[in-house]
Ligand binder design. Structure first.
Ligand SMILES: Nc1ncnc2c1ncn2[C@@H]1O[C@H](COP(=O)(O)OP(=O)(O)OP(=O)(O)O)[C@@H](O)[C@H]1O
Ligand SMILES: CC(C)(CO)[C@@H](O)C(=O)NCCC(=O)O
Ligand SMILES: [K+]
Length: 254
């Protein structure tokens, strides 16, 4: 069985595949201070809890946009699973031509999402990931990674609003109905919700123009389920896109 791991700036998402079937998945916070042993015990415990047999893991693939946690995670894979992980980076076959000025600069999560989405839908595509940052990526009809746009994420933008003001409280990001609001919490929720829905429509609109027409729009990431129903430009939500992309890339390298 294959263990796939995506290390983001906020969360590490893990999944176990038996062939093409995702048996289970987990989300733990990314903590640079956690040790090899702490990650090992935590991850093996998740397995026990969900009745996945950790001893059946014979391969691991990792994508990461947080370099400082990688030495710890690599040691964890060796010590707790007896496996040398395949790490997304130069030399790994993704099957996708990266048109960035410097292909090494693109976040591994963005490439993995693009590979996963192209394998399922073909191109042209626009992929939106609502994580710590909101990323927009464009893939051509022929499957080239064309580049994209990076915006501050919904969570960190909202946190900044709370931190830099005296009277604005912490809020939950939720779907709102109206935008003329008569209390602080609802006003903030409406501003965040309609603001980020508008951002999606705006950026996708510009991207489609640059792509020269139509593109399928796929959304993923923690907050996609809140934003997508209101964003007309989003065609599908794929919550497990990154895990799926990791499995596809693993298969291309074996
Ligand atoms: N409903 C919500 N209301 C407010 N903040 C939220 C909500 N859901 C998530 N967040 C915050 O948004 C940020 C991104 O969370 P999310 O779960 O989308 O991350 P992620 O997809 O794991 O990101 P990454 O892959 O970059 O680690 C976090 O700071 C999180 O605390
Ligand atoms: C934009 C994030 C933080 C999203 O996780 C990540 O993909 C990243 O660190 N990317 C590197 C810069 C780039 O993709 O151009
Ligand atoms: K993610």
């Amino acid at each position: 069985m294959l263990l796939v791991i995506d290390v983001g700036n906020t969360n590490i998402v893990l999944g176990v595949f038996d062939g093409k079937d995702l048996l289970d998945h987990w989300r733990i916070s990314t903590d640079r201070l956690r040790t090899t042993d702490e990650y090992g015990v935590l991850i093996r415990n998740l397995f026990n809890f969900n009745e996945v047999n950790a001893d059946q893991i014979d391969a691991i693939i990792i994508s990461s946009v947080v370099p400082p946690v990688m030495p710890t995670l690599e040691r964890m894979c060796q010590r707790y699973f007896g496996v040398m992980p395949l790490i997304i980076g130069p030399g790994v076959k993704t099957g996708m031509d990266i048109k960035y000025d410097n292909p090494r600069e693109v976040g591994a999560d963005r490439i993995v999402n693009a590979v996963g989405a192209y394998a399922k839908y073909g191109g042209p595509l626009i992929i939106i990931d609502f994580g710590t940052a909101t990323t927009f990526c464009a893939v051509s009809a022929g499957g080239d990674y064309l580049g994209g746009a990076i915006a501050p994420g919904i969570g960190i933008s909202t946190e900044a609003l709370v931190q830099r003001t005296a009277k604005l409280p912490r809020i939950e990001v939720v779907t709102t109905e109206r935008v003329i609001c008569r209390n602080t919490v609802q006003s903030m929720q409406a501003g965040v919700f309609f603001g980020f829905v508008g951002q999606v429509e705006g950026v996708v609109g510009e991207m489609k123009k640059e792509l020269g027409g139509k593109a399928k729009v796929v959304a993923t990431g923690g907050l996609s389920v809140i934003i997508a129903p209101a964003a007309k430009s989003i065609d599908v939500v794929e919550p497990m896109l990154t895990l799926e992309g990791l499995r596809v890339i693993y298969d291309r390298n074996h």
